[in-house]
Design a protein around this ligand. Structure first.
Ligand code: IPE
Ligand code: IPE
Ligand code: MG
Length: 240
């Protein structure tokens, strides 16, 4: 891996917890619990590999539509995991940040989020972004609203101005988006940011996705040629 290019910013749609549990004749919530364990392993692996930024899709703006029992289990799990994992984050020099409409969560969960963010604020290794109550369309509309507040009367929005208001504004450009669980869709994740990201789909269900699987994705990323509209020959000349 050493002489291959490494992505600066990786995003993961952690999908397949429910099916993983159902395959074991357990409730879907059992899969979410196993999913948290895997999240820890992947965060530690990314920190070790000196990836700058990792954005994980934990709860989408559409996931509220799930059965009440599953949603409330997830909320409790987030509170528990935030409390438990701060030590691991500090040990690995990881700075935690939430992106998403956090105001939509209970005040208890909002407090857990703020506390965990504060406790890791001085870490300068991996930047871990948890997308919770996140929707790509929400991110864009929110950014457009924010940006329009600062526009002169006849000024139109530009890509740069809008981008500077997205929740990812302080992060490196998204290089690689991974989705586990076999589905081949973006499900309203970082839709703007994924415009030129490399996409990687794994059939592994999230609780089965380990650091070896992550290595496969990084390996494949290293072999891809990112052309940004140019020809392959142009890119080969540039990198010679
Ligand atoms: C992803 O796993 C986790 C969340 C959406 C919170 P799923 O719960 O969607 O698992 P499947 O897709 O039903 O197997
Ligand atoms: C996307 O997974 C959201 C997260 C992983 C948090 P879903 O399982 O909710 O996606 P769809 O509904 O199958 O597209
Ligand atoms: Mg799913």
């Amino acid at each position: 891996m050493t002489d291959k290019k490494t992505p600066k910013h990786v995003a993961i749609i952690m999908d397949g917890n429910g099916r993983w549990a159902q395959q074991r004749n357990k409730k879907r919530t059992f899969g979410h619990k196993a999913g948290v364990e895997k999240t820890r392993e992947i965060v530690e692996a990314c920190a070790e590999k000196h990836i700058q930024s990792l954005t994980l899709f934990a709860f989408s703006s559409e996931n509220w539509a799930r059965p009440e029992e599953e949603v409330s289990y997830l909320m409790e799990l987030f509170i528990l995991a935030l409390k438990r994992e701060v030590r691991m984050l500090n040990k690995n020099n990881v700075q935690l940040k939430f992106i998403g409409n956090i105001a939509g969560f209970s005040s208890k969960l909002q407090k857990s989020i703020t506390d965990a963010q504060t406790q890791t604020i001085n870490n300068d290794g991996l930047q871990l972004n948890i997308a919770a109550n996140y929707g790509g369309r929400w991110d864009i509309v929110n950014a457009a609203n924010q940006a329009s507040l600062n526009l002169a009367p006849d000024e139109l929005l530009s890509e740069e101005v809008l981008e500077a208001e997205l929740t990812t504004k302080e992060l490196p450009t998204l290089d690689l988006m991974i989705r586990t669980g076999g589905e081949k869709r973006i499900s309203n994740f970082l839709i703007w940011q994924a415009a030129y990201a490399e996409l990687y789909f794994s059939d592994k269900l999230w609780p089965d996705f380990d650091s070896t699987e992550l290595d496969k994705a990084l390996e494949e990323y290293g072999d891809r040629q990112r052309r940004y509209g140019k020809t392959g020959e142009q890119i080969s000349h540039e990198t010679e």
